[in-house]
Design a protein around this ligand. Structure first.
Ligand SMILES: [Cu+2]
Length: 156
């Protein structure tokens, strides 16, 4: 009994050591088009939750003077999906009632626009059928409040 348990521990240790010591082997076994955290190449529904936030320590007065910047930012700056994925973006304006409007906007070919008053939220759903890198931005806080939608091309 003790012997078989020891053998089991050795097997487990061997598996752990093998998997950690040979990352190249693990990479070689990855699916074609595999990407860390995005391994599925079949079209999937990917849901994102994004909020407006602020850059800590940003002096808005000086930023506006020098570059028309504000501290406003997105909580998520990169949306990474595969071509063909259904993308659902839930966007929240977390401002107090006296605060700013914020939008989540993508130009053509996606033509997404969620434009929100303080305290509102909205949802956009689209199929990521165009591969490439597309900027999303807040129409009220350019040039600082921006992010990227990255659509990885199908490998067919
Ligand atoms: Cu904004």
């Amino acid at each position: 009994m003790i012997q078989s348990r020891d053998q089991a521990i050795i097997v487990v240790l061997a598996v752990i050591l093998t998997s950690t010591a040979m990352p190249s082997l693990r990479m070689a076994n990855a699916q074609p088009g595999g990407f860390p955290g995005l391994s599925s190449t079949t079209p999937s529904t990917r849901i994102f939750y994004i909020y407006n936030t602020n850059v800590l320590g940003f002096n808005e007065t000086k930023g506006i003077q020098k570059a028309n910047l504000t501290s406003d930012a997105y909580s998520l700056q990169t949306i990474l999906v595969n071509q063909g994925d259904k993308v659902i973006v839930n966007f929240y304006n977390m401002e107090a009632p006296s605060g700013d409007m914020h939008s989540f906007t993508i130009n053509a070919p996606y033509n997404v626009n969620i434009n929100l008053n303080p305290g509102q939220n909205g949802t956009a759903t689209f199929v990521a059928d165009h591969p490439g890198i597309f900027e999303f931005y807040c129409m009220h806080h350019l040039p600082g409040m921006v992010g990227e939608l990255i659509v990885l091309p199908n490998k067919t």
